[in-house]
Design a binder for this molecule. Sequence first.
Ligand code: URA
Length: 242
Amino acid sequence: MRLSKYLARMGVASRRKSEEIIAAGRVKVNGQTIVEQGVKIAPGNDRIEVDEQIINEVEKVYILLYKPRGYISSVYDPQGRATVIDLLQDVKKRVYPVGRLDFDTEGLLILSNDGDFANLMMHPRYEMKKKYEAWVKGNVKASELHSLEKGILLDDGMTSPAIVRILGKNNARTLVEIEIHEGRKRQVKRMCAAIGHPVLSLKRTAISFLSLEDLQAGEYRYLNIDEIKKLRQIAESAPNIS
Ligand code: URA
């Protein structure tokens, strides 16, 4: 629907007057000021503001995706690689990844169009737990994992204590489970490299109480209201919040 028509329908002003309001730079669509006429919007999908006042509510959606390897965790890739959004063909809302997984990492990724929720899930002060399974090179000894448990010095500072255990071994590889609540760039890979055991493959298996249960790589499901409420409660009860 044309933006001016939508503004008129929402009672902002007449169609003619709405066109003037747009030309005056008083209207934003999804945070971007629009001055040209004829722009089309999707009611319920695009957030419209007039003079910084939101005039419609966009339905919030929360998606749990099993990200396969070989996808970028962003909405758009300038290099033209497939993004996680390409996996959400049936999702009509504009969602974006809450946090990120590397191109070659698979596993649990949340996507949403709720900025406040995204901040709760991503900001380090809320300490949301994330669990990873990493196949690493070499035969890891339990003693080598202690430094990861205590915290290890990376080039951007000490890591917070982690919960770490060995899940299995095979040929010259070890499967390690690592639980952290930080979300620094390539953190698990850098932690494992720092103890001399580079990551061969990485999978995020959980965020807080959410797991990949019943999903295959590339599949997704919507989070339900109870799950969303519980995630908010967990984040808001983090020890660093006053
Ligand atoms: N740590 C990493 O090294 N990579 C990821 O994708 C996620 C956590």
